[in-house]
Ligand binder design. Structure first.
Ligand SMILES: NC(=O)c1ccc[n+]([C@@H]2O[C@H](COP(=O)([O-])OP(=O)(O)OC[C@H]3O[C@@H](n4cnc5c(N)ncnc54)[C@H](O)[C@@H]3O)[C@@H](O)[C@H]2O)c1
Length: 380
């Protein structure tokens, strides 16, 4: 890696990645992936820290916790955060490396992050802050910047929407700013943008890729619920009732209580339904906020069904995770998938990347099919 590191220092724009093949190493010239962040909350903290956490990992088998260390030669360290927007007084004006650790962010610290020279800029508030989070999110008095202009100045090519899920108006407003700045858009929130035909047409017209909506976690409740339902159904169990409910302690969980409980329930229930070839009673959604959980999330699953001779079976499972790191591996795949789409001149909603990584994509696919299609898409 010495040659690669030296060359990396020479050029701030490009670095060289190594692809390990037995008995030799190939140095591949990769461009940086210039990313802008909307919302410097817990999830943003996870993906910024992850870049430094995985910086020196050179081999797939050493990349603990990542599904893919390399995608078409792109490594997580190729992701460069070039601009960031928030509205919280403790984050606006700070360097991104500090803002990611500012309250009310309460996710795990994975690594020390060096100064990044990316000041967090004040975006547009719109419906960003709900009544229930006003006691923990104080709006900065700094003037709002021209977001499209700042995106252009920072040479951002991909914008990631990590606003609170209830910030519908703000998410759509930022999507429009991204269009104006000529940036591809990744919508991690449950606001319908990539799955809305009107937005799809706008991005197609602007010749820009668009993916979303509502990111699926790496070991999230939706993926586990779908897998359990499919496993039991494939083994001939007739499932009659099932629920998946969770509690969390991040600001997002508090915001969900007031504004997006219903939409999250619809999205998660629909996603679980796609795992079964028949209709049954399914309830899936977020239930409550428990402050002392911090950024932890407890998800509870219950499944009831009948197997051979109508014999009853019940399954009770609890999954305990930390929210922000749960988005990292999938988001890195999405960021690199969108960059590959840009490299290949693909435009408009990307159905495969969306089906692979999001709960409410423009086109739903079973998990395994989505994963296989994603791998084929990456391989070109
Ligand atoms: N594992 C995950 O973290 C995960 C998984 C799936 C989806 N998501 C989605 O990602 C989004 C972010 O989640 P989070 O846990 O980081 O939330 P968070 O509440 O920790 O962060 C949201 C950030 O957005 C900022 N914000 C609010 N209004 C704004 C505005 N108008 N302009 C700019 N910034 C604004 C807040 O100050 C805060 O810093 C949510 O919509 C969530 O549903 C996250």
């Amino acid at each position: 890696m010495k040659v690669a590191e030296t060359l990396d220092r020479i050029s701030s724009i490009n670095i060289f990645n190594t692809i390990d093949i037995p008995h030799c190493s190939w140095y591949v010239f990769m461009s940086k992936i210039k990313v802008a962040l909307l919302g410097v909350g817990n999830c943003a903290s996870g993906i910024v820290q992850g870049v430094y956490h995985y910086m020196d990992v050179a081999k797939e088998e050493e990349a603990v916790g990542l599904k893919n260390l390399f995608l078409q030669g792109y490594h997580p360290r190729d992701i460069e955060f070039v601009s960031a927007f928030d509205i919280e007084t403790g984050k606006v004006g700070k360097d991104l490396s500090d803002a990611i650790f500012s309250p009310p962010n309460n996710t795990t610290k994975l690594v020390d992050v060096p100064k990044m020279d990316v000041p967090v800029l004040k975006g547009s508030v719109l419906d960003g802050v709900s009544d229930s989070v006003k006691h923990i999110i104080k709006i900065s008095e700094s003037p709002e910047v021209d977001v499209a202009q700042k995106l252009r100045e920072s040479n951002a090519e991909i914008v990631i929407d990590l606003l609170p899920s209830g910030a519908k108006e703000a998410s759509r407003w930022y999507a429009q700013e991204s269009l104006e700045a000529g940036c591809a858009f990744i919508n991690a929130t449950p606001v319908f943008i990539a799955s809305d035909v009107k937005w799809g047409k706008r991005f197609t017209k602007a010749k820009l890729p668009l993916v979303g909506d509502d990111l699926m976690d790496q070991v999230g409740a939706t993926a586990l619920h779908k897998t359990l339902l499919k496993l039991l159904s494939d083994r001939g169990v007739s499932i009659s009732e099932t629920y998946q409910l969770d509690v969390g302690g991040g600001a997002e969980s508090l915001d969900t209580l007031e504004r997006t409980k219903e939409v999250k329930r619809i999205v998660k229930t629909k996603a679980a339904e796609t795992a079964l070839p028949y209709k049954t009673s399914i309830v899936a959604g977020s239930t409550d906020y428990v402050d002392f959980l911090q950024n932890r999330r407890d998800s509870y699953f219950w499944i009831k069904g009948l197997y051979f001779g109508r014999t009853p079976v019940e399954l009770d499972v609890r999954l305990n995770t930390i929210d922000a790191p749960n988005a990292g591996s999938i988001l890195y795949d999405v960021i690199r998938g969108v960059k590959i789409a840009l490299d290949r001149g693909l435009i408009g909603p990307l159905p495969i990347v969306s089906a692979y990584a999001f709960k409410h994509p423009p086109q739903v696919m079973p998990l395994t099919e989505a994963e296989q299609s994603f791998d084929k898409f990456i391989a070109g």
